[in-house]
Each structure stands twice: as C-alpha cells, then as structure tokens.
Design a protein around this ligand. Structure first.
Ligand code: PEP
Ligand code: MN
Length: 264
C-alpha cells in the first residue's frame, strides 16, 4: 500500500486546511519537550509568527537513560493543545505505547512515532486502527525497505494518513549526532506516494547545521520539515537544546525557504 506502483499519485494529507504532501511546504517547529504552559505558549506564538503551520513538542519522551527527564505526560498534551488552539497551529506529539494512542489522538492533530519505535509493531498496528495522521520516523539503523514495511503496518490496518520522516541514521561519524540521509528524501519519493518530512535537528544534532540541512532537504524534495526551536535552549529539559534553533534563526530560516521555493 505504501508503494508508488500501487498508488501513482502523491498522497496529500489534509488537516484543518493544511495540506501535507501537496504544493505547500509544511514547517513543524517547537521544543523537543513540552515543559510548562508559558514555555509552549510562547514558542507557539513564535512558530506562528514565523509562518510555521504545526507546533511540535513531546509530552512522552523516549530517553536513552531511565533517570533522564521523561516528559510531563498527559499534562503536556493539554498544554500543547491549548497553545496550538490559541495560536492557530496544528500540533504533533510523540506516542510511545499502544495504550497511550487514544489519549494522544484526543489532544494532538498528528502522532509521531519515534526512531526507536519504528518497529514497535503493536504500536503500528494500533495506529492503523485510527484515522489520525501519523508521522513515522525512520529507525536510525533501518533500511528503506524496513521503513516502508513499518509504514505498511499502519496502512494495512486502515489508516491511510502516514508521512515518512528521515531523521538521520547511525554511521561511523561521531562529529554529528546522526547522519541525515539526504538521499532518503528522493528515494522515498520515488518508491512511495507518501509525504516525506525531514528532521535536520535530530539528523545533525548541531544547531549550526540545522539551517543548511533544512535548505538541502527542501532542495532534495522534502514536503515538510520538523525543526526544534526553543526560547532558552541552554536550559531546556532534554539534551536537545544544542540542536534547537533560537527563535530569530527559525524566523529567518522560514523567510529564506520562501526565497528558495521559486527556484525549485
Ligand atoms: C524527537 O522528535 O524529539 C525525537 C525524540 O525524535 P527521534 O525519535 O527522531 O529521536
Ligand atoms: Mn528531540
């Protein structure tokens, strides 16, 4: 079902007036994690002012270590839903277990499956039973075939609203946190009809690389971007402050993307 042979036309996912996979470049911006009502409200305001369409933020965080901050949970879903509504943004948040799919879908417009859960087949099957759009992140050691098979689980269950997200893979290089596989963007667009989103934040792990890799992703044909942005990245509650853009960088980047669009 994910294959372009089966479905030649691009899939366009429509959510409250925003089209993902169509003509419009969709920008999802926000913190790694929802922290406080004030934090998410202020960041939502800045995402909207810059021209973004979707507010990102994790309420349930998949942390490598069990003692690290794990997210604020359902409270965070509520804070983010309020900020999104107030500022006229769609919202995306990560869901980690099948048990939490319904509550996350109650509060968010798009559900994110993180890289570590790409092959959590019970989670994928559960997401196939609802219609809420899903942003499926590529496992950091997964092939394109494994990635598309993971998407297939959701599609096979009856949910056609799946977007694919390249977020960097593990290579021998350690300077960057991950290696953003730019080739994945045109390859996935060729093999599949599903929208392709790039995550240059996790894909590089370094703030100074996010701007160039965002532009490169757009040039490579991405339908959208998911970018971490924080008002106080040095004091963010996850380690992802180092890859989060400052609000002014985020705003300038979106202006630059507008200029890039007519060239492509
Ligand atoms: C995130 O988006 O904050 C995240 C944890 O992403 P990934 O699953 O790609 O590491
Ligand atoms: Mn993050």
């Amino acid at each position: 079902l994910a294959s372009r042979d089966f479905h030649p036309a691009d899939t366009v996912i429509k959510i409250k007036g925003v089209e993902i996979g169509g003509e419009q470049l969709v920008v999802m911006g926000g913190p790694c994690a929802v922290e406080t009502p004030e934090q998410i409200d202020e960041i939502a305001r800045l995402v909207k002012a810059a021209g973004g369409q979707v507010l990102r933020g994790g309420a349930f965080k998949p942390r490598t270590g069990p003692y690290s901050f794990q997210g604020v949970g359902v409270e965070g879903l509520i804070m983010m839903a309020e900020a999104g509504k107030k500022h006229g943004l769609l919202t995306i948040t990560e869901v980690m277990t099948p048990e939490y799919v319904d509550v996350c879908a109650q509060y968010a417009d798009i559900l994110q499956v993180g890289t570590r859960n790409m092959q959590n087949f019970d989670l994928l099957r559960k997401l196939g039973t609802i219609q809420t759009p899903v942003l499926l992140k590529r496992g950091f050691s997964s092939t394109y075939d494994e990635f598309l098979n993971a998407a297939e689980y959701i599609l096979a269950g009856g949910n056609p609203n799946v977007m694919l997200c390249e977020r960097g893979i593990r290579t021998f290089e350690t300077y960057t946190r991950n290696t953003l596989d730019l080739s994945a963007i045109p390859v996935l667009k060729q093999l599949s009809h599903l929208p392709v989103i790039s995550d240059p934040s996790h894909g590089t792990g370094r703030r100074e690389l996010v701007v160039p890799m965002t532009k490169a992703s757009v040039a490579a044909g991405a339908d959208g971007l998911i970018i971490e942005m924080h008002t106080d990245p040095d004091n963010s509650m996850t380690g992802d402050g180092v890859q989060s853009l400052f609000p002014d960088q985020f705003a300038k980047l979106l202006v630059d993307l507008e200029k890039l669009a007519p060239l492509l």
